[in-house]
Design a protein around this ligand. Structure first.
Ligand code: ADP
Length: 288
């Protein structure tokens, strides 16, 4: 229900015509209708690039789909979309009708949309100002035939720029943020900036993921500590942000990214996949 509907005596349930008569713009009605069919919206953010945010987003989406949930994965990184590469979907072209776009189906219950599907080639650069980006991100939510979803996972570019801001504003106040960082970055200001950003746009933070935390030896499978551990828990205590867990640096996960296969699909029984499983538990609990 929209903010204006909440204060109305009708308390929602109005037809599009009634809402238009109330002064609502048709595009806002369409956006609300689309969002009302998506139960949980999770926006994945990071203070810096290269911390594994897209990798984490893709693995979370596949793990939720493996758990039997209907999942959409939306890549709103208009300048450097990496989801098509991570899931071997490069070159796919969504079917576009007059006013809707079909997301690309990756598995029985996972659908994907990315700017990468709409660029003619990898070397094409997008030069857009903020309002244009906001318009495209709106279309990705409003005009994509997502259908009924349990989860929409939104992979944002790093930082606190136009794309995360647009995504959070469009998804509304019932979306939740997940912040991805690495152990060595935990102590610095980028994570805190992401936390402040979420507070400013009033998006609750589901929690923090510490990626590339520890190293899984490809020879013996044992895990070694490379950087000091515990920074995630410390930051979570200090800021009150939930610590969702960590994912070690795993050479097979790096290879999965390079070769374009889903790590958790190919290695579901691995120690690293168990770490991912632990991270999605609070997300699954949202739908319990
Ligand atoms: P971001 O979206 O933050 O820019 P990516 O998801 O593109 O980062 O990841 C950057 C690189 O790190 C990729 O090559 C990816 O395969 C690799 N990577 C991410 N997480 C892990 C991990 N836990 N173990 C090994 N490699 C990882």
């Amino acid at each position: 229900m929209s903010e204006s509907c909440k204060s109305c005596s009708q308390q929602g349930g109005c037809t599009s015509e009634q809402q238009e008569a109330c002064g609502k713009k048709p595009e806002d009605i369409e956006l609300e209708n689309r969002l009302s069919r998506i139960k949980h919206k999770i926006v994945v953010l990071s203070g810096k690039g290269g911390v594994g945010k897209s990798t984490v987003s893709a693995n979370i989406a596949v793990s939720l789909a493996n758990a039997g949930k209907r999942v959409g994965l939306l890549d709103v990184d208009v300048h450097g979309p990496s989801i098509p590469r991570l899931l071997s979907l490069k070159g796919q072209q969504p079917q576009v009708d007059q006013d809707s776009m079909e997301p690309i189906q990756w598995s029985k219950n996972l659908w994907v949309m990315s700017m990468g599907f709409l660029l003619p080639s990898d070397s094409d650069a997008v030069i857009w100002r903020g309002p244009v980006k906001m318009g495209v991100i709106r279309q990705f939510i409003q005009n994509v035939s997502w259908g009924d979803l349990d989860y929409l996972i939104v992979d944002c570019p790093p930082g606190t720029g136009d794309e995360p801001l647009s995504a959070l504003q469009l998804l509304g106040k019932d979306s939740k943020a997940v912040i991805v960082t690495t152990p060595q970055l935990l102590a610095i200001d980028d994570v805190r900036r992401s936390i402040t950003f979420c507070k400013q746009v009033e998006t609750p933070i589901l929690g923090l993921v510490e990626n590339m935390s520890g190293f899984v030896c490809p020879e013996c499978g044992a895990e070694h500590k490379v950087f000091n551990t515990g920074a995630g828990e410390k930051l979570s205590l200090e800021t009150g942000i939930n610590y969702l867990g960590r994912i070690p640096f795993d050479p097979d996960m790096a290879r999965a990214g390079d070769e374009g296969f889903s790590y958790v699909k190919v290695y579901p029984e691995s120690e690293t996949a168990k770490f991912v499983q632990k991270i999605i538990e609070p997300m699954l609990a949202l739908d319990a």
